[in-house]
Design a protein around this ligand. Structure first.
Ligand SMILES: C[S@@+](CC[C@H](N)C(=O)[O-])C[C@H]1O[C@@H](n2cnc3c(N)ncnc32)[C@H](O)[C@@H]1O
Length: 246
């Protein structure tokens, strides 16, 4: 699959912010742990973000690359807290536009966002100090190529921190080692399963309202909520950190 052809979320991003029902579902399931102001599209929590910040060890002025940034909120929050610079890439133009707007709203107007992705960053070798990816890697078919690209753009000793789901047929640690990384952390996200399943349950029971609010963009959400629960327990949501060889 060509990442630039990955457009199934475009309709969702176009209407995401006009769905009070979706916002209410996340509030109900995650309470204060939901970083609503960051407008995430996925399952990231404040707890996850705090852990990712620890693992990234960003310093003021360094460049953080956020791959699969979507509307950009998680990367904006982490870069802003550390005084780092931010570049976010996502294959969807509508998400990149949203990220530009959100970076102004959230007080990081110097952040840059562009269309791109895991296997097409267009960046110079060694140009990034750290790489982040939140809930996006599972969408990338060629993970070997993705990790090779992350290794290419990171400076030696740079950190790569991400959240994703790990089905039994994918061994992220082995793939990372093959790309020249040393894995420094691999842990399940806190209380991920019960909360993700509850979101899906509520999405299914609120499907009519979501369809009305999100229009055609609701379909990816509803399909995911119907199709994913059976396989979810065997695909843990993990947070991983790896360091590029120095
Ligand atoms: C679940 S969303 C997460 C967005 C954002 N990181 C967040 O947490 O709000 C997954 C994102 O991955 C992006 N994506 C899909 N294929 C990709 C690829 N090959 N490289 C980078 N991002 C990709 C999608 O466009 C989507 O914005």
């Amino acid at each position: 699959m060509n990442e630039t052809a990955e457009d199934r979320y475009a309709g969702f991003y176009a209407r995401q912010l006009s769905s009070p029902t979706l916002a209410r579902i996340y509030r109900e399931v995650y309470g204060d742990d939901h970083p609503e102001e960051l407008r995430p599209f996925g399952f990231v929590t404040r707890t996850d973000l705090a852990r990712m910040a620890d693992l990234l060890e960003l310093r003021p002025g360094t460049l953080l690359l956020d791959l699969g940034c979507g509307r950009g909120g998680p990367g904006i929050a982490l870069a802003r807290a550390a005084g780092a610079r931010l570049l976010g890439l996502d294959p969807l133009g509508v998400a990149v536009e949203g990220a530009r707007e959100l970076s102004v709203t959230l007080g990081l107007p110097g952040a840059r966002f562009a269309v791109g992705g895991f296997t097409g960053t267009g960046l110079e070798a060694g140009s990034c100090d750290a790489v982040l990816s939140v809930d996006a890697l599972w969408m990338v078919w060629n993970k070997r190529a993705a990790f090779a690209e992350v290794a290419r753009v990171l400076r030696p000793g740079g950190r790569f921190v991400f959240s994703t789901w790990e089905p039994s047929y994918v061994d992220h640690a082995r793939l990372l080692a093959g790309a020249g990384f040393t894995v420094t952390a691999k842990e399940e996200a806190e209380r991920w399963l019960e909360r993700q399943l509850r979101v899906y349950e509520l999405v299914c029971s609120e499907s009519a309202a979501l369809e009305a609010e999100l229009g055609p963009g609701a379909s990816v959400l509803l399909e995911e909520a119907r199709d994913t629960p059976a396989s979810l327990p065997s695909s843990p949501r993990v947070i991983m950190a790896a360091t590029k060889a120095g």
